[in-house]
Ligand binder design. Structure first.
Ligand code: GLY
Ligand code: MN
Ligand code: MN
Length: 459
Protein backbone atom coordinates (compact mmCIF):
# COMPACT_ATOMS: atom_id res chain seq x y z
CA UNK A 1 0.00 0.00 0.00
CA UNK A 2 1.11 3.56 -0.56
CA UNK A 3 2.29 4.83 2.80
CA UNK A 4 0.29 7.68 4.25
CA UNK A 5 2.46 10.75 3.97
CA UNK A 6 3.42 11.98 7.40
CA UNK A 7 6.44 13.71 5.94
CA UNK A 8 8.23 16.89 6.97
CA UNK A 9 9.56 15.04 9.96
CA UNK A 10 6.26 14.90 11.82
CA UNK A 11 6.12 12.05 14.27
CA UNK A 12 2.62 10.52 14.01
CA UNK A 13 2.43 10.14 17.78
CA UNK A 14 3.35 13.74 18.56
CA UNK A 15 1.05 14.95 15.84
CA UNK A 16 -1.92 12.97 17.09
CA UNK A 17 -1.34 14.39 20.58
CA UNK A 18 -1.52 17.94 19.16
CA UNK A 19 -4.52 17.11 16.99
CA UNK A 20 -6.40 15.79 20.00
CA UNK A 21 -5.48 18.87 21.99
CA UNK A 22 -6.84 21.10 19.21
CA UNK A 23 -10.12 19.12 19.18
CA UNK A 24 -10.42 19.42 22.95
CA UNK A 25 -9.68 23.15 22.88
CA UNK A 26 -12.47 23.58 20.35
CA UNK A 27 -14.82 21.63 22.62
CA UNK A 28 -13.82 23.88 25.53
CA UNK A 29 -14.96 26.90 23.53
CA UNK A 30 -18.08 25.54 21.88
CA UNK A 31 -21.05 23.40 22.92
CA UNK A 32 -22.40 22.64 19.45
CA UNK A 33 -21.05 19.98 17.05
CA UNK A 34 -19.03 21.06 14.02
CA UNK A 35 -18.73 19.59 10.53
CA UNK A 36 -15.81 20.50 8.28
CA UNK A 37 -15.32 19.37 4.70
CA UNK A 38 -11.88 18.75 3.19
CA UNK A 39 -13.01 19.56 -0.37
CA UNK A 40 -12.19 17.91 -3.66
CA UNK A 41 -9.96 18.59 -6.61
CA UNK A 42 -11.15 20.69 -9.52
CA UNK A 43 -10.56 19.39 -13.00
CA UNK A 44 -8.72 21.50 -15.57
CA UNK A 45 -10.62 20.16 -18.57
CA UNK A 46 -11.44 16.45 -18.13
CA UNK A 47 -11.78 14.74 -14.73
CA UNK A 48 -8.49 12.84 -14.78
CA UNK A 49 -6.51 16.04 -15.41
CA UNK A 50 -6.97 18.10 -12.28
CA UNK A 51 -5.43 20.94 -10.34
CA UNK A 52 -3.44 19.69 -7.34
CA UNK A 53 -5.60 18.88 -4.34
CA UNK A 54 -5.13 20.64 -1.04
CA UNK A 55 -7.59 20.16 1.81
CA UNK A 56 -9.32 23.14 3.37
CA UNK A 57 -7.15 24.70 6.08
CA UNK A 58 -9.83 24.31 8.77
CA UNK A 59 -10.00 20.59 8.02
CA UNK A 60 -6.19 20.34 8.07
CA UNK A 61 -6.04 22.07 11.42
CA UNK A 62 -7.99 19.25 13.10
CA UNK A 63 -7.16 16.29 10.81
CA UNK A 64 -3.53 17.03 9.93
CA UNK A 65 -3.76 15.19 6.60
CA UNK A 66 -4.94 16.28 3.17
CA UNK A 67 -7.68 13.67 2.63
CA UNK A 68 -9.84 14.26 -0.41
CA UNK A 69 -13.68 14.09 -0.34
CA UNK A 70 -13.76 13.69 3.43
CA UNK A 71 -15.68 15.38 6.20
CA UNK A 72 -15.02 15.43 9.92
CA UNK A 73 -17.54 15.78 12.71
CA UNK A 74 -16.15 17.31 15.91
CA UNK A 75 -18.09 17.07 19.13
CA UNK A 76 -16.91 17.18 22.73
CA UNK A 77 -13.30 16.57 21.67
CA UNK A 78 -14.19 13.51 19.56
CA UNK A 79 -13.51 13.37 15.83
CA UNK A 80 -15.55 11.18 13.47
CA UNK A 81 -14.31 10.76 9.92
CA UNK A 82 -16.70 10.40 6.99
CA UNK A 83 -15.00 9.00 3.92
CA UNK A 84 -15.68 6.39 1.27
CA UNK A 85 -13.18 3.64 0.64
CA UNK A 86 -11.39 4.09 -2.69
CA UNK A 87 -13.15 2.63 -5.73
CA UNK A 88 -11.53 -0.62 -6.96
CA UNK A 89 -10.56 1.13 -10.20
CA UNK A 90 -8.39 3.57 -8.20
CA UNK A 91 -5.76 0.87 -7.84
CA UNK A 92 -5.14 0.91 -11.58
CA UNK A 93 -4.53 4.65 -11.85
CA UNK A 94 -3.32 5.63 -8.39
CA UNK A 95 -1.91 2.42 -6.94
CA UNK A 96 -3.07 0.96 -3.65
CA UNK A 97 -4.77 3.81 -1.80
CA UNK A 98 -5.36 4.09 1.96
CA UNK A 99 -8.70 2.80 3.15
CA UNK A 100 -11.07 4.72 5.40
CA UNK A 101 -9.82 2.80 8.43
CA UNK A 102 -6.19 3.50 7.60
CA UNK A 103 -6.90 7.19 7.26
CA UNK A 104 -8.88 7.11 10.49
CA UNK A 105 -5.88 5.66 12.30
CA UNK A 106 -3.48 8.14 10.71
CA UNK A 107 -5.49 11.12 11.95
CA UNK A 108 -6.36 9.60 15.34
CA UNK A 109 -10.09 9.59 14.61
CA UNK A 110 -12.42 8.22 17.26
CA UNK A 111 -14.75 6.64 14.67
CA UNK A 112 -15.09 6.43 10.90
CA UNK A 113 -18.10 5.85 8.61
CA UNK A 114 -18.95 5.98 4.91
CA UNK A 115 -19.60 9.50 3.63
CA UNK A 116 -23.32 8.81 3.12
CA UNK A 117 -23.77 8.49 6.90
CA UNK A 118 -22.73 12.09 7.47
CA UNK A 119 -26.38 13.09 6.93
CA UNK A 120 -27.23 11.48 10.29
CA UNK A 121 -24.76 13.70 12.17
CA UNK A 122 -25.82 17.15 11.05
CA UNK A 123 -28.34 18.18 13.69
CA UNK A 124 -27.35 21.61 14.95
CA UNK A 125 -23.91 21.37 13.35
CA UNK A 126 -21.91 24.54 12.68
CA UNK A 127 -19.55 24.82 9.73
CA UNK A 128 -16.94 26.92 7.94
CA UNK A 129 -16.42 27.70 4.25
CA UNK A 130 -14.92 25.17 1.89
CA UNK A 131 -13.34 26.50 -1.28
CA UNK A 132 -14.33 24.34 -4.23
CA UNK A 133 -17.82 24.80 -5.68
CA UNK A 134 -18.77 21.09 -5.69
CA UNK A 135 -18.04 20.71 -1.99
CA UNK A 136 -19.83 23.98 -1.28
CA UNK A 137 -22.92 22.60 -3.01
CA UNK A 138 -22.77 19.40 -0.96
CA UNK A 139 -22.28 21.44 2.20
CA UNK A 140 -25.29 23.63 1.44
CA UNK A 141 -27.43 20.71 0.34
CA UNK A 142 -26.70 18.61 3.42
CA UNK A 143 -27.02 21.44 5.93
CA UNK A 144 -29.93 23.04 4.06
CA UNK A 145 -28.22 26.41 4.47
CA UNK A 146 -25.04 28.23 3.50
CA UNK A 147 -22.14 29.28 5.73
CA UNK A 148 -23.18 32.23 7.86
CA UNK A 149 -20.31 33.96 9.71
CA UNK A 150 -22.56 36.46 11.46
CA UNK A 151 -25.52 34.12 11.96
CA UNK A 152 -25.61 30.39 12.66
CA UNK A 153 -21.83 29.91 12.44
CA UNK A 154 -20.75 33.02 14.34
CA UNK A 155 -19.73 31.17 17.52
CA UNK A 156 -17.64 28.71 15.52
CA UNK A 157 -15.89 31.52 13.67
CA UNK A 158 -14.92 33.14 16.97
CA UNK A 159 -13.77 29.80 18.43
CA UNK A 160 -11.65 28.92 15.40
CA UNK A 161 -10.12 32.37 15.23
CA UNK A 162 -9.14 32.25 18.89
CA UNK A 163 -7.56 28.81 18.37
CA UNK A 164 -5.72 29.44 15.14
CA UNK A 165 -4.44 32.91 16.08
CA UNK A 166 -1.93 31.42 18.53
CA UNK A 167 0.07 28.51 17.15
CA UNK A 168 0.83 25.37 19.15
CA UNK A 169 4.18 23.57 19.16
CA UNK A 170 3.27 21.25 16.26
CA UNK A 171 2.24 24.19 14.10
CA UNK A 172 5.39 26.11 14.98
CA UNK A 173 7.58 23.14 14.10
CA UNK A 174 6.05 23.05 10.63
CA UNK A 175 6.14 26.82 10.19
CA UNK A 176 9.86 26.66 10.99
CA UNK A 177 10.40 23.91 8.42
CA UNK A 178 8.60 25.95 5.77
CA UNK A 179 10.71 28.98 6.75
CA UNK A 180 13.99 27.07 6.48
CA UNK A 181 13.22 25.66 3.05
CA UNK A 182 12.09 29.11 1.91
CA UNK A 183 15.36 30.63 3.13
CA UNK A 184 17.24 28.10 1.00
CA UNK A 185 15.02 28.85 -1.99
CA UNK A 186 15.89 32.55 -1.75
CA UNK A 187 19.58 31.77 -1.33
CA UNK A 188 19.42 29.71 -4.51
CA UNK A 189 17.57 32.50 -6.31
CA UNK A 190 20.24 35.06 -5.48
CA UNK A 191 22.90 32.82 -7.00
CA UNK A 192 20.81 31.59 -9.93
CA UNK A 193 22.37 31.74 -13.33
CA UNK A 194 19.79 32.96 -15.78
CA UNK A 195 18.69 35.73 -18.04
CA UNK A 196 14.96 35.77 -17.33
CA UNK A 197 12.66 35.97 -14.34
CA UNK A 198 11.43 32.47 -15.22
CA UNK A 199 14.89 31.00 -14.75
CA UNK A 200 15.30 32.56 -11.31
CA UNK A 201 11.82 31.38 -10.35
CA UNK A 202 12.74 27.85 -11.47
CA UNK A 203 15.91 27.88 -9.34
CA UNK A 204 13.89 28.96 -6.30
CA UNK A 205 10.95 26.63 -6.71
CA UNK A 206 13.35 23.76 -7.42
CA UNK A 207 14.47 23.95 -3.78
CA UNK A 208 10.86 23.83 -2.57
CA UNK A 209 9.86 20.95 -4.83
CA UNK A 210 13.03 18.99 -3.96
CA UNK A 211 12.09 19.29 -0.26
CA UNK A 212 8.73 17.64 -1.15
CA UNK A 213 6.94 20.87 -0.35
CA UNK A 214 4.75 23.04 -2.53
CA UNK A 215 4.57 26.79 -3.02
CA UNK A 216 2.28 28.39 -0.46
CA UNK A 217 1.13 30.92 -3.10
CA UNK A 218 1.98 31.89 -6.65
CA UNK A 219 5.60 33.07 -6.68
CA UNK A 220 6.38 36.66 -7.54
CA UNK A 221 9.78 36.88 -9.22
CA UNK A 222 9.99 40.06 -11.20
CA UNK A 223 11.98 43.07 -12.29
CA UNK A 224 8.63 44.91 -12.16
CA UNK A 225 8.26 44.87 -8.41
CA UNK A 226 5.92 47.84 -8.68
CA UNK A 227 3.24 45.34 -9.80
CA UNK A 228 2.38 44.12 -6.33
CA UNK A 229 1.13 40.66 -7.25
CA UNK A 230 3.01 40.20 -10.50
CA UNK A 231 2.57 36.66 -11.77
CA UNK A 232 4.34 36.78 -15.14
CA UNK A 233 7.93 35.68 -15.53
CA UNK A 234 8.94 36.51 -19.09
CA UNK A 235 10.92 39.70 -18.60
CA UNK A 236 14.63 39.57 -19.37
CA UNK A 237 16.99 40.52 -16.53
CA UNK A 238 18.97 43.65 -17.30
CA UNK A 239 22.14 44.54 -15.35
CA UNK A 240 20.63 47.73 -13.86
CA UNK A 241 17.45 46.02 -12.64
CA UNK A 242 16.38 45.13 -9.14
CA UNK A 243 14.74 41.72 -8.91
CA UNK A 244 11.94 41.30 -6.36
CA UNK A 245 11.26 37.70 -5.28
CA UNK A 246 8.28 36.90 -3.02
CA UNK A 247 8.35 33.11 -2.73
CA UNK A 248 7.23 30.82 0.09
CA UNK A 249 7.09 27.09 0.77
CA UNK A 250 4.24 25.09 2.27
CA UNK A 251 4.83 21.87 4.23
CA UNK A 252 2.99 18.61 3.60
CA UNK A 253 0.78 19.50 6.57
CA UNK A 254 -0.13 22.77 4.86
CA UNK A 255 1.86 25.32 6.93
CA UNK A 256 3.27 28.31 5.05
CA UNK A 257 6.25 30.63 4.86
CA UNK A 258 6.28 33.99 3.08
CA UNK A 259 9.57 35.75 2.32
CA UNK A 260 10.43 38.63 0.01
CA UNK A 261 13.89 39.82 -0.89
CA UNK A 262 14.96 42.36 -3.48
CA UNK A 263 18.43 42.19 -4.96
CA UNK A 264 20.34 43.76 -7.86
CA UNK A 265 20.62 41.63 -10.98
CA UNK A 266 24.21 42.82 -11.43
CA UNK A 267 25.18 41.81 -7.89
CA UNK A 268 25.73 45.44 -6.84
CA UNK A 269 23.15 48.06 -5.86
CA UNK A 270 23.41 51.44 -7.63
CA UNK A 271 23.64 54.34 -5.19
CA UNK A 272 20.01 55.32 -5.76
CA UNK A 273 18.88 51.70 -5.28
CA UNK A 274 20.98 51.36 -2.16
CA UNK A 275 19.56 54.57 -0.66
CA UNK A 276 15.96 53.51 -1.12
CA UNK A 277 16.69 49.92 -0.09
CA UNK A 278 18.10 51.19 3.18
CA UNK A 279 14.99 53.26 3.82
CA UNK A 280 12.81 50.18 3.39
CA UNK A 281 15.20 48.14 5.54
CA UNK A 282 15.02 50.75 8.32
CA UNK A 283 11.23 50.41 8.31
CA UNK A 284 11.52 46.60 8.31
CA UNK A 285 13.97 46.59 11.22
CA UNK A 286 12.03 49.16 13.28
CA UNK A 287 8.77 47.22 12.88
CA UNK A 288 10.34 43.90 13.85
CA UNK A 289 12.07 45.46 16.86
CA UNK A 290 8.69 46.73 18.10
CA UNK A 291 6.98 43.32 18.05
CA UNK A 292 5.98 42.01 21.46
CA UNK A 293 2.80 40.83 23.15
CA UNK A 294 0.25 43.55 23.73
CA UNK A 295 1.48 45.84 20.97
CA UNK A 296 -1.16 46.84 18.45
CA UNK A 297 -0.27 45.61 14.95
CA UNK A 298 -1.83 48.80 13.57
CA UNK A 299 0.77 50.82 15.50
CA UNK A 300 3.49 48.66 13.89
CA UNK A 301 2.04 49.55 10.51
CA UNK A 302 2.08 53.23 11.39
CA UNK A 303 5.65 52.92 12.69
CA UNK A 304 6.65 51.41 9.34
CA UNK A 305 4.89 54.23 7.51
CA UNK A 306 6.60 56.87 9.67
CA UNK A 307 10.05 55.30 9.28
CA UNK A 308 9.59 55.14 5.55
CA UNK A 309 8.35 58.73 5.38
CA UNK A 310 11.31 59.92 7.49
CA UNK A 311 13.73 58.14 5.17
CA UNK A 312 12.11 59.68 2.10
CA UNK A 313 12.36 63.13 3.69
CA UNK A 314 16.09 62.51 4.31
CA UNK A 315 16.49 61.60 0.63
CA UNK A 316 14.65 64.78 -0.43
CA UNK A 317 11.79 62.89 -2.07
CA UNK A 318 9.23 64.06 0.50
CA UNK A 319 9.08 67.28 2.50
CA UNK A 320 7.20 68.10 5.67
CA UNK A 321 6.81 66.77 9.19
CA UNK A 322 6.70 62.98 9.39
CA UNK A 323 3.50 62.95 11.48
CA UNK A 324 1.74 65.12 8.91
CA UNK A 325 2.98 62.97 6.03
CA UNK A 326 1.56 59.84 7.65
CA UNK A 327 -1.67 61.57 8.73
CA UNK A 328 -2.18 62.70 5.14
CA UNK A 329 -1.26 59.21 3.77
CA UNK A 330 1.56 60.66 1.67
CA UNK A 331 3.69 57.58 2.47
CA UNK A 332 1.00 55.43 0.81
CA UNK A 333 1.88 56.90 -2.58
CA UNK A 334 4.99 54.72 -2.34
CA UNK A 335 3.86 52.11 0.23
CA UNK A 336 0.22 51.47 -0.62
CA UNK A 337 -0.29 48.15 1.20
CA UNK A 338 -0.36 47.03 4.83
CA UNK A 339 2.76 46.14 6.80
CA UNK A 340 1.80 42.44 6.78
CA UNK A 341 -0.66 39.80 7.87
CA UNK A 342 -1.22 36.65 9.90
CA UNK A 343 0.69 33.58 8.73
CA UNK A 344 -0.25 29.97 9.42
CA UNK A 345 -2.00 27.31 7.39
CA UNK A 346 -2.84 29.99 4.86
CA UNK A 347 -0.30 32.51 3.74
CA UNK A 348 -2.88 35.17 4.61
CA UNK A 349 -4.12 33.11 7.50
CA UNK A 350 -7.88 32.72 7.83
CA UNK A 351 -8.70 35.40 5.26
CA UNK A 352 -11.35 32.98 3.98
CA UNK A 353 -13.24 34.30 7.02
CA UNK A 354 -13.03 37.86 5.73
CA UNK A 355 -11.78 40.23 8.43
CA UNK A 356 -13.07 38.14 11.36
CA UNK A 357 -9.54 36.84 12.05
CA UNK A 358 -7.57 39.94 11.12
CA UNK A 359 -9.71 42.50 12.92
CA UNK A 360 -10.51 42.37 16.63
CA UNK A 361 -14.24 42.36 17.40
CA UNK A 362 -15.76 45.80 16.92
CA UNK A 363 -12.98 46.99 14.59
CA UNK A 364 -13.40 47.63 10.89
CA UNK A 365 -11.20 48.51 7.96
CA UNK A 366 -10.47 52.16 7.52
CA UNK A 367 -11.28 53.78 4.20
CA UNK A 368 -8.09 55.84 4.41
CA UNK A 369 -5.66 55.39 1.50
CA UNK A 370 -2.87 54.58 3.96
CA UNK A 371 -4.84 52.12 6.11
CA UNK A 372 -7.41 50.44 3.85
CA UNK A 373 -5.14 47.51 2.98
CA UNK A 374 -4.15 46.80 6.57
CA UNK A 375 -5.06 43.12 6.98
CA UNK A 376 -4.44 42.80 10.70
CA UNK A 377 -5.68 45.12 13.44
CA UNK A 378 -5.33 43.32 16.75
CA UNK A 379 -3.08 43.46 19.77
CA UNK A 380 -0.29 40.89 19.32
CA UNK A 381 -0.43 37.68 21.37
CA UNK A 382 2.29 35.11 22.08
CA UNK A 383 2.19 32.34 19.48
CA UNK A 384 0.99 34.54 16.64
CA UNK A 385 3.12 34.57 13.51
CA UNK A 386 2.94 37.73 11.43
CA UNK A 387 4.78 38.99 8.40
CA UNK A 388 6.58 42.30 8.29
CA UNK A 389 6.87 43.49 4.71
CA UNK A 390 7.38 47.18 4.08
CA UNK A 391 8.06 48.30 0.54
CA UNK A 392 8.74 51.21 -1.76
CA UNK A 393 7.12 51.16 -5.19
CA UNK A 394 6.81 53.57 -8.09
CA UNK A 395 3.39 52.53 -9.37
CA UNK A 396 2.57 54.56 -12.51
CA UNK A 397 -1.18 54.25 -11.87
CA UNK A 398 -0.71 56.00 -8.51
CA UNK A 399 2.07 58.45 -9.32
CA UNK A 400 0.59 59.62 -12.64
CA UNK A 401 -2.95 59.95 -11.36
CA UNK A 402 -3.77 63.67 -11.81
CA UNK A 403 -5.91 63.88 -8.66
CA UNK A 404 -3.23 62.32 -6.47
CA UNK A 405 -0.49 64.43 -8.08
CA UNK A 406 -2.29 67.63 -7.25
CA UNK A 407 -3.37 66.49 -3.80
CA UNK A 408 0.17 65.50 -2.82
CA UNK A 409 1.95 68.34 -4.67
CA UNK A 410 2.96 70.18 -1.47
CA UNK A 411 4.79 67.16 -0.09
CA UNK A 412 6.45 65.43 -3.04
CA UNK A 413 9.57 66.67 -4.80
CA UNK A 414 8.97 65.12 -8.22
CA UNK A 415 12.28 66.39 -9.67
CA UNK A 416 14.19 64.70 -6.88
CA UNK A 417 12.15 61.50 -7.30
CA UNK A 418 13.28 61.35 -10.93
CA UNK A 419 16.82 60.59 -9.68
CA UNK A 420 15.55 57.24 -8.40
CA UNK A 421 14.10 56.00 -11.67
CA UNK A 422 16.06 52.73 -11.48
CA UNK A 423 13.91 51.62 -8.54
CA UNK A 424 10.52 50.26 -9.56
CA UNK A 425 9.79 48.13 -6.52
CA UNK A 426 11.51 47.05 -3.31
CA UNK A 427 9.96 44.85 -0.61
CA UNK A 428 11.67 43.11 2.31
CA UNK A 429 9.51 40.52 4.07
CA UNK A 430 10.17 38.25 7.05
CA UNK A 431 8.06 35.95 9.22
CA UNK A 432 8.01 36.83 12.91
CA UNK A 433 6.79 34.77 15.86
CA UNK A 434 5.45 36.72 18.85
CA UNK A 435 6.98 35.12 21.95
CA UNK A 436 6.16 35.57 25.64
CA UNK A 437 8.91 38.15 25.98
CA UNK A 438 9.15 39.70 22.53
CA UNK A 439 9.65 38.04 19.18
CA UNK A 440 11.72 35.64 17.10
CA UNK A 441 12.28 36.02 13.36
CA UNK A 442 11.65 32.58 11.83
CA UNK A 443 13.35 33.63 8.60
CA UNK A 444 16.35 35.36 10.17
CA UNK A 445 18.88 33.09 8.43
CA UNK A 446 18.28 34.97 5.20
CA UNK A 447 20.27 38.20 5.15
CA UNK A 448 18.68 41.58 4.58
CA UNK A 449 21.56 44.10 4.59
CA UNK A 450 23.02 45.48 1.37
CA UNK A 451 26.49 44.20 2.27
CA UNK A 452 25.26 40.70 3.13
CA UNK A 453 23.15 40.40 -0.01
CA UNK A 454 26.04 41.56 -2.20
CA UNK A 455 28.39 39.16 -0.44
CA UNK A 456 26.02 36.24 -0.89
CA UNK A 457 25.61 36.98 -4.56
CA UNK A 458 29.35 37.31 -5.06
CA UNK A 459 29.92 33.98 -3.30
N1 GLY B 1 3.09 36.71 -0.74
C1 GLY B 1 1.94 37.51 -0.54
C2 GLY B 1 2.16 38.46 0.53
O1 GLY B 1 3.26 38.78 0.86
O2 GLY B 1 1.25 38.92 1.15
MN1 MN C 1 3.15 38.49 2.97
MN1 MN D 1 5.01 37.68 0.42
Amino acid sequence: MQAIDTSSGRSPLTLSHHLKQRRQRLADRLDQPVVLWSGQRMSRNFPANSYPFRASSHFLYFAGQSIERAAIHLDGGRLTLFLDDPAPSAALWHGPTPSRDQWAEAIAADAAYPYSQLADFLDGALTLPVQDPSSQQQQQHLLQRSFSPTGADADLVQAIVSLRLQHDAAALAELEQAAQVTVRAHQAGMRAIGSTEAQVRAAMEQVIVAANMTCAYNSIVTVHGEVLHNEVYHHPLQPGDLLLADVGAETAGGWAADITRTWPVSGTFSSSQRSLYEVVLAAHDACIAAIQPGVEYRSIHLLGAATLAAGLVDLGILRGAVDDLVDQDVHALFFPHGIGHLLGLDVHDMEDLGDFAGYAPGRQRSDRFGLGYLRLDRPLLPGMVVTIEPGFYQVPALLNDPDRRSRYAPWVNWERLAHFADVRGIRIEDDVLVTDQGHRVLTADLPTSVADLEDWMAG
